[in-house]
Design a protein around this ligand. Structure first.
Ligand SMILES: Nc1nc2c(ncn2[C@@H]2O[C@H](COP(=O)(O)OP(=O)(O)O)[C@@H](O)[C@H]2O)c(=O)[nH]1
Ligand SMILES: *[C@@H]1O[C@H](CO)[C@@H](O)[C@H](O)[C@H]1NC(C)=O
Ligand SMILES: *[C@@H]1O[C@H](CO)[C@@H](O)[C@H](O)[C@H]1NC(C)=O
Ligand SMILES: [Mg+2]
Length: 397
């Protein structure tokens, strides 16, 4: 029996309406900024960055409304710096990155830059970096006793154990400087005397990109909303780089159960469902971590008694040299155990790339990246995304 055309049309409109409601319903938890605890995604089938992304909710400090001029003594800037550990030979890549961050954010807020290096910076480095910004630049050398391997590290044992890492194709495992860098970023950067009067930092590496205009003071946001740590990308790590990191962590926790936060992120740290082999090879650790080439953080967390005791335990165990523990898993495990989950923030609105991964939101403030595109290169990289676990256990806040 034929159905009259207007009725068919009505039916189609009705079905569309139902689909729209279903669509809205299924995305209502990922579209905006929902309160902590109600923002979990149990099964991430679709990248939440495809949904329109705005600024965080609440009062934000803007350059038009407050004094952020570079020279001002009484500016609205808080106690914070952009922070970059970098080598002289990375100058060109650093300048490109600085231009990105100045264009999208810092030319409005003029936060100082602090550059750190295990060697002295060259005059050319100083000149060309200062040319890119109106803000103050500081150039500091890392003290030797912060950089070099501690005296209890056995060189012969390092050589032997690095052979195993190399057999497992662990990147940079044969480079002593990389191990030192990871240890320094884990337990030393916030102890640099030049940072003694600084609380918040935004870590910047050469050769990363920023895609979105950010029109509020992100440091002020951290302070006002009691955030300890902000990240953009959440990844799995190579388990062969850290087989004893979790066992050492468990040993530490057995001695210091008092440091564990009530509202911790343990489930994210120990998940064995998404990548069971990773958990097995890492002896109980999911290997999930905040990718630390981007971080906006409160150094008071790292200066705390709990973190200090944890870092000293790990440093004694020697895995920064006998294995290739990264500062990313170390920071992440510490935050996941000792910090309240509500104090960690996903900066979904900061478009970011460190090869080969992206955080690219769907927003008119962004250009130069594809919203929701997570990686570029071989398709196996898609598996390295740990956000499905983070959103499931911790949330999208
Ligand atoms: N001054 C200095 N910086 C280093 C050294 N090794 C690494 N870095 C910096 O540490 C960060 C991470 O190093 P990178 O080579 O990007 O490692 P990847 O991101 O893990 O591939 C970058 O900011 C580098 O500039 C080093 O030996 N000396
Ligand atoms: C900035 O923060 C550090 C660390 O919390 C603190 O020691 C210092 O006094 C602060 N400086 C100012 C100017 O508030
Ligand atoms: C942040 O912490 C302070 C001090 O504990 C508290 O007074 C304030 O209400 C908190 N603000 C937010 C937004 O949670
Ligand atoms: Mg890098």
């Amino acid at each position: 029996m034929a159905i009259a055309r207007p009725i068919r049309l009505l039916g189609a409109v009705g079905i569309l309406g139902v689909l729209l409601v279903l669509y809205k319903f299924s995305h209502s938890t990922t579209g905006g900024f929902t309160p902590v605890g109600t923002d979990k995604i149990s099964d991430m089938k679709r990248d939440p960055l495809l949904d329109p992304t705005g600024e965080p909710e609440g009062i934000l400090w803007r350059a038009e409304e407050h004094d952020y001029s570079p020279e001002s003594e009484n500016s609205a800037r808080i106690n914070a710096t952009l922070l970059s550990l970098v080598r002289n030979q990375e100058l060109t890549e650093l300048v490109t990155t600085m231009k990105d961050l100045e264009r999208t954010w810092n030319h409005k807020f003029n936060y100082p830059w602090t550059f750190l290096n295990d060697e002295p910076f060259t005059p050319e480095f100083k000149k060309r970096t200062q040319e890119v910004t109106k803000a103050k630049c500081y150039y500091e050398q890392v003290p030797k006793d912060h950089w070099e391997a501690p005296e209890w590290i056995d060189d012969e044992l390092v050589k032997e154990s690095n052979k195993i890492l190399e057999e497992n194709n662990i990147q940079y495992s044969d480079k002593p400087s990389y191990h030192k860098m990871c240890r320094w970023n884990s337990g030393m950067f916030y102890k640099h005397p030049a940072l003694a009067n600084t609380r918040y930092y935004w870590r910047v590496e050469p050769n990363v990109q920023f895609f979105c205009n950010v029109d509020y003071d992100v440091f002020r946001y951290m302070q006002d909303y009691n955030k300890t740590y902000g990240f953009t990308i959440n990844l799995f790590d190579a388990p062969e780089s850290l087989p004893t990191l979790w066992p050492e962590t468990e040993r530490f926790l057995a001695e210091h159960p008092e440091y564990i936060s009530e509202n911790n992120m343990m489930e994210w740290l120990v998940d064995d469902k998404l990548r069971p082999e990773h958990n097995k090879k890492a002896n109980g650790y999911s290997t999930c971590h905040f990718w630390s080439n981007f971080e906006i953080g409160d150094m008071n967390f790292f200066r705390s008694e709990a973190y200090e005791a944890y870092f000293n335990h790990l440093d004694r165990a020697g895995g920064f040299f006998y294995e290739r523990w990264g500062d990313a898993p170390v920071h992440s495990i510490a935050l996941g155990l000792f910090e309240d989950a509500s104090k960690v923030h996903w900066f979904r609105d900061i478009g970011y790339r460190h090869i080969p991964y992206f955080n690219c939101p769907n927003s008119p403030k962004c250009s130069g990246c594809t919203p929701g595109k997570f990686y570029e290169g071989a398709s196996f990289l898609a598996k390295e995304d740990c956000r499905p676990n983070y959103f499931k256990y911790v949330g999208t806040h």
